[in-house]
Design a protein around this ligand. Structure first.
Ligand code: ARG
Length: 477
């Protein structure tokens, strides 16, 4: 008892249409080329719906069994690459439904009872984005793990800290890397917030108004792993803010990845020479034999542009839409899929590059000495040891910098008589605070760069971000 092959979407819904769609209509309308990525979610959603319909006596148990078996076979066809997605059938939902009818006939025609593609696609997409949140959480956690390992190795490695990209004060590389651990930690919490907010099931909203059939929305929500059904049927089919939530978190995260990548690009130049990127993530030049280009880091930086673009694009698509569903909303998917693919790739590349990067502590330390970065330490010493008001001490230190520049030496190399000439309160003991190691070791305030604090911060970050206690997003939920 199988059904006839459905040749176009109009056979499923077009009883009152006299002619076929224009070829151009098919081109602009069909989404199956990209929304076939939702096939597993679509089948899951349909199985849950059919079980609920049978439990409520809307379809028979025999129909339910035929539908579930048919959908499971279709899942196998798709997995094994035997399923032909047909653009004449518009989207993934109609492709699967048409194939079900073709395979099992009559019961297949009952599946769409008490449902619309509007609540169907909203449900499928929420399931997909929830899983994407869980995937990116795992990628970012791995990136944090790599950053923490490298930070531990370099908890006491001195490098210049910059503001305005000018040497500011010496810091440790470990401390600098921990800054990114915090950023990616906040990114993870943004995805986790988004996940919690989107954890409501649209199914049962039908086209927009709800349905006259005695559906059990609690049951389908539960079976699909949602916390609860969405409260309002119009909202359920109109809203795509869960995609915006994902894209907003993705855009911010892409910006963090881009800043990290930019530092790797800068630091790997011969002029900086702070890091040597793994050969496997760089390329040479066809005309300049000396070159080693940081392509992967540049692409992590560059690809942030498309992720940001996808957020802006969907905001613009949605901003003028009246409630409830409009076909404009089909434009939510390509950008989302590309953003998710891009972000996961970039996070993985950043982790792999960092894991293998060779930092050069000698180069970093030498750079940390340039630009008189311990001038603040001189001022602080005058305040602490001699009771000089900070503003006055700042002026004395500034004059010391000018003198060192005139003599072409580092602050700590200024002869005693030069120091004394600057201010009579200065004595030779000041030299102790002018070295970069001492400077770094003295910054023991909580959250500061002293190696003791950095080691504590690494241990705390491991507990906060990698420990069991971390409220991870349930995968697949
Ligand atoms: N492919 C459509 C989309 O992604 C599915 C919903 C279609 N609904 C409709 N009423 N035509 O938005």
């Amino acid at each position: 008892m199988t059904g006839a092959r459905t040749r176009s979407a109009r056979e499923l819904w077009g009883g009152h249409f006299a002619s076929d769609p224009a070829p151009l209509m098919e081109r602009i309308n069909a989404s199956v080329g990209f929304d076939k990525r939702l096939w597993a979610e679509d089948i899951r959603g349909s199985i849950a719906h059919a079980r609920m319909l049978a439990a409520r006596g809307v379809i028979t148990e025999a129909d339910r069994d035929a539908i579930v078996r048919g959908l499971e076979e279709i899942a196998r066809e798709i997995e094994e690459g035997r399923f032909v997605f047909d653009p004449a059938l518009e989207d993934v939902h109609l492709n699967i439904e048409a194939r079900l009818i073709e395979r099992i006939g009559e019961p297949g025609r009952r599946l769409h009872t008490a449902r619309s593609r509007n609540d169907q696609v909203a449900t499928d997409l929420r399931l997909w984005v929830k899983a994407a949140c869980a995937r990116v959480d795992a990628s970012l956690r791995e990136l944090q793990r790599v950053l923490l390992d490298r930070a531990e190795e370099h908890a006491a490695t001195v490098m210049p800290g910059f503001t305005h990209l000018q040497a500011a004060q010496p810091v440790t590389l470990g401390h600098h890397l921990l800054a990114y651990v915090e950023m990616f930690g906040r990114d993870r919490s943004r995805f986790s917030d988004a996940h919690a907010r989107m954890d409501e099931c649209p199914l049962g909203a039908a086209a927009l108004a709800g349905t006259s059939f005695p559906v059990d929305r609690e049951a389908t929500a539960r079976e699909l792993g949602f916390a609860r059904p969405m409260a309002n049927s119009i909202d359920a089919v109109s809203d795509r803010d869960f995609v915006l939530d994902y894209l907003a978190a993705a855009a911010i995260c892409a910006v963090h990845l881009s800043r990290l990548a930019e530092e790797l690009v800068l630091w790997s130049t011969p002029q900086f020479g702070f890091v040597r990127l793994p050969e496997t993530f760089t390329s040479g030049s066809s005309i300049m034999p000396q070159k080693r280009n940081p392509d992967a880091a540049e692409l992590v930086r560059g690809k942030s542009g498309r992720v940001i673009g996808h957020l802006v694009a969907l905001l613009v698509v949605l901003k003028g839409l009246p409630l409830a569903y409009s076909k404009d909303m089909q434009e939510d998917k390509e950008g989302l899929f590309d953003a998710a693919d891009t972000l996961e790739l970039c996070a993985a590349v950043a982790a792999a590059m960092l894991a293998e990067a060779r930092f050069d502590p000698a180069r970093m330390r030498a750079a940390a000495e340039l630009g008189h970065p311990t001038a603040t330490d001189l001022a602080d010493w005058l305040v602490r040891v001699k009771g000089v008001p900070f503003r006055e001490a700042h002026g004395i230190a500034a004059r010391a910098v000018r003198r060192a520049e005139e003599l072409g030496c580092a602050l700590e190399e200024l002869p005693d008589r030069e120091l004394l000439a600057l201010d009579a309160r200065i004595d030779a003991r000041v030299r102790e605070v002018l070295g970069v190691e001492r400077s770094v070791a003295s910054r023991t305030s909580s959250g500061g760069t002293a190696p003791v604090r950095v080691r504590e911060a690494i241990a705390a970050a491991r507990r906060r971000f990698l420990g069991e206690a971390q409220p991870a997003i349930e995968a697949g939920g």
